[in-house]
Design a protein. Structure first.
Lengths: 313, 534
């Protein structure tokens, strides 16, 4: 049996197990997420038509306020996408205004500290600076941490992962009480779309392993890491429809003015993917990490079955 | 007083030049680049007439002030000599005869080597370049280690103003050369002061020729001097013959040690009364130097040959040219192969041609202009520049080349060209840099994860700033890389990030003459999204 045949059989076995577990995945609807006070009113809030910070304010209000997610004294870590040395107009990195507003509200909810980092793809100094996030986060009172060296990462076990059994995760996440996942909605050459789940690749050190061991499966696997984000906030103020995730020119970018917020990472990404589909055809079944995550019990793709609040500003 | 001024100036310049090389966080203002530009060989190679004339004028007026204060290697030698005195208090110098045959033959050999295109010798002997390598390969690791130590301390107190940097040896050969330079010149200075400057250094010999005719000179005041010989003992250039009250001005670096030490105030630094034609005689030295200016004729010849898409950014300044873009066909052929049957064996990649830094124009240009001071190596924020071994040939040993083991060339970064003091790497605007092709992408299908494992990847395309590597539909939902070398800048993002093991599936092959690429951008189409979509 050569390597290729072996991999085929592994894949088939995997698929078989998957179908058997399908019933389990459905039980996700009853899964409870970590919230501080009363449960959130909605499973997902979608906002359109405003500025990034205004859309966030509206969304978090609908979710019952930041106090629902952040408690007094919490050490909070915010993980935006700061992957690229690109200006804000390119929509390659999370909008700094959104990051600022999240930090502010975390402090208002009583966070004792807020840390911000990303394991960038381009030179980290340039990405941090030119994305505008470093400056914005510092001004809002957060610590901006480097993430360019392996020594900043801690090995954690991913028991529920299929291909990924351990990962080195940035200590800011590992040591935090709560963390907030703040991706930006983009096309991605390999994973098709990069949203909340793909944003996890910025908390790990060895991305090469992901790419070399079935990227889509590893993306779903890493999301099973026991410390889940208390919120996934998808920045879709600008979306990158083509040439993602880095982008070549402004013709890749659509000013879409959207924002999605959910504790359910699968639902958040499903909603965002549907939103993206309007800018450029992107069938959900192509973005296989989303369905793989559903199979792992991380959330639901069935948006009809969850309580969604749609707001237009 | 004069000595104090000299020492202060020297220490300031040496410190700033060193820090300029070491600084990786932008603490040191970019304007300090001028300290590297005012170095003699860089000014000569970049044909900076104003600086060259100023240096020559400076020497003709005040003697070898350049050697004394501006040249970092000179100051390093003073430091070594000063240190030796701390160990041996009784140390004294002694007048010796000029080693004219030696120094003129070294200068002659260097000039001839330079003219025939063997630039290695100039790079090896130029004091500024040699000092640059010492800082880059020997001091820098220490500086970075210091930074990491501070980082550990500060971070443990919750202060994040420092960040860690990795420390590694870029090139063993360059490090050894730097080490030998440090010790040999240091030892010479320890033993005999400015021996290197007055026997080997080609700049020292050239300026020494001029300083014989300089306006201000150190002179004996005959009526005060009792020939005690103190001045001679203090002269680190061993150029004062106190017995005959003669000074060899070709070796005097105007350090003023003699004036300082003289108890009888018998030495003065003052205008020499002399005939005017002597200044006139000195002038041909400059024209002689100018004749050495390299002519870039080969580039223009090639320009005429190239038929396709030749677009010059700035005719008068640089002559980039666009070569044929044939290589693009290879990738699609490879892609076609996968349809027919069996999986291909994995193949090792090996870069055949080195990649010269953006702005280097061509290997010829780089070889002619670069003295391997390694400022680019030290300053590259992505740390992708390292000294070549024999990739550019014998004359190009230690000259900079790109490698992508530890990172890739940032698309919008122009640092190497901005800092290069010799014009070997010309400064590019971001726009020019974005359109400069220094290498071409090569895709090896049989090594690719999408082909071999049939799983998604796309890491290469993800990093590609021009989408010269883009993902096209493959089996099922999979996408596989497709390359278009005509828009590849050769940044190496794809090569660096490719996770395929044991051999990468994509890499950049160098080109000996850089091209200008044309990137077509789609029109910005107005897409209005007015629904949630679910």
């Amino acid at each position: 049996m050569d390597r290729r045949k072996f991999l085929r059989s592994v894949a088939l076995t995997g698929a078989a197990i998957t179908t058997m577990k399908e019933a389990d995945a459905m039980s996700i609807l009853s899964q409870s997420f970590q919230t501080t006070n009363a449960a959130a009113k909605y499973d997902l809030v979608a906002v359109m038509g405003g500025e990034p910070e205004a859309m966030f304010r509206k969304a978090i209000e609908e979710m019952g306020g930041m106090k629902n997610f952040i408690s007094k004294g919490d050490k909070v870590c915010i993980k935006p996408n700061i992957g690229w040395d690109q200006p804000v107009e390119m929509g390659a990195n999370t909008n700094p205004k959104l990051v600022t507003e999240i930090i502010k509200q975390c402090f208002e909810a009583g966070a004792s500290e807020v840390k911000v980092f990303d394991h960038t793809c381009d030179d980290w100094r340039k990405s941090y600076a030119n994305s505008g996030i470093e400056d914005a986060a510092r001004k809002a009172g957060a610590e901006v941490l480097p993430a360019h060296q392996e020594s900043y990462y801690k090995t954690v076990s991913i028991p529920k992962g299929r291909n990924l059994k351990t990962a080195k995760i940035h200590q800011a996440i590992v040591d935090s009480d709560k963390w907030i996942n703040v991706p930006i909605l983009k096309n991605h050459g390999g994973a098709q779309l990069t949203i909340s789940m793909k944003n996890y690749m910025g908390i790990v050190w060895d991305r090469g392993f992901f790419h070399a061991n079935d990227l889509q499966q590893c993306i779903a696997d890493i999301c099973t890491y026991e410390k889940r984000p208390v919120l996934n906030i998808v920045d879709a103020y600008r979306l990158m429809k083509t040439s993602g995730p880095r982008g070549r020119s402004l013709s890749d970018v659509v000013l879409s003015k959207g924002l999605f917020m959910s504790q359910d990472i699968v639902a958040a990404d499903t909603a965002a993917a549907n939103f993206f589909n309007q800018a450029r055809e992107m069938p959900l079944e192509n973005v296989t990490h989303i369905s793989k995550a559903q199979q792992l019990g991380l959330g639901t793709m069935d948006l009809d079955k969850i309580n969604i609040r749609r707001v237009r500003i | 007083m004069l000595k104090k001024i000299r020492v202060t100036l020297s220490v300031i310049i040496l410190t700033l030049v060193t820090l300029y090389f070491l600084d990786f966080r932008g603490f040191i203002p970019e304007g300090l680049k001028f300290l590297t530009e005012i170095q003699f060989i860089p000014a000569l190679l970049s044909l900076n007439v104003i600086i060259l004339l100023s240096l020559l004028l400076l020497t003709l007026l005040f003697g070898r002030v350049y050697c004394s204060s501006i040249c970092p290697m000179g100051v390093y030698q003073d430091f070594a000599a000063w240190l030796s005195k701390k160990f041996n208090k009784k140390k004294r110098y002694k007048y010796s005869k000029a080693k004219n045959i030696l120094r003129w033959s070294v200068l002659g050999t260097t000039v001839v080597a330079f003219i025939v295109g063997f630039n290695f010798l100039v790079g090896l002997l130029d004091p500024y370049g040699a000092y640059g390598r010492i800082v880059t390969h020997l001091f820098r690791p220490g500086y970075l280690a210091g930074n990491n130590l501070l980082e550990t301390i500060f971070t443990s107190f919750g202060n994040y103003s420092f960040y860690k940097v990795s420390i590694y040896t870029l090139s063993v050969s360059s490090m050894i050369i730097a080490l030998i330079t440090l010790f040999v010149i240091g030892y010479m200075a320890w033993r005999g002061g400015r021996t290197y400057c007055n026997t080997i250094c080609p700049v020292g010999t050239t300026l020494g020729f001029l300083s014989k005719y300089s306006l201000f000179k150190i002179q004996f005041v005959d009526e005060k001097c009792n020939m005690c010989g103190l001045c001679s003992m203090k002269c680190k250039s061993s150029c004062i013959d106190s017995k005959n009250k003669e000074i060899d001005y070709s070796r005097c670096v105007t350090c003023f040690n003699c004036i300082e030490v003289c108890n009888r105030d018998a030495m003065k630094y003052k205008i020499v009364k002399r005939k005017k034609e002597q200044i006139a005689q000195a002038m041909p030295a400059y024209t002689y130097i100018k004749e050495k200016a390299p002519q870039n004729s080969s580039t223009s010849e090639k320009l005429a040959h190239s038929k396709e898409a030749v677009k010059t950014v700035n005719e008068s300044k640089r002559r980039f040219l666009s070569a044929s873009l044939v290589t693009g066909l290879a990738a699609s052929k490879l892609l076609a192969q996968q349809i027919s049957g069996d999986i291909l064996p994995k193949r090792e990649l090996k870069r055949q041609i080195p990649i010269a830094p953006p702005g280097a124009l061509s290997f010829d240009h780089l070889r002619e202009k670069c003295i391997s001071c390694h400022l680019c190596v030290s300053k590259c924020p992505s740390r992708v520049i390292k000294p070549a071994l024999l990739e550019y040939g014998l004359g190009g040993i230690m000259q900079p080349k790109l490698y992508f083991d530890k990172g890739f060339c940032n698309y919008d970064c122009t640092v190497c060209g901005d800092v290069c003091p010799t014009g070997a790497i010309l400064p590019l605007t971001v726009e020019e840099k974005n359109h400069t092709q220094m290498g071409q992408v090569q895709f090896i299908l049989e090594n690719c994860i999408v082909y071999y494992d049939e799983t998604s990847c796309g890491a290469c395309s993800e990093h590609c700033p021009t989408q010269a590597v883009h993902m096209v539909p493959y089996k099922g939902h999979l996408t596989i890389p497709e390359t278009d070398t005509s828009i590849c800048v050769g940044c190496g993002g794809c090569e660096y990030v490719c996770p395929a093991i044991p051999f990468k599936a994509i890499y950049v092959e160098g080109i000996d003459t850089h091209n200008i690429i044309e990137i077509e951008h789609d029109e910005v189409e107005e897409i209005v999204i007015d629904d949630f979509g679910f």
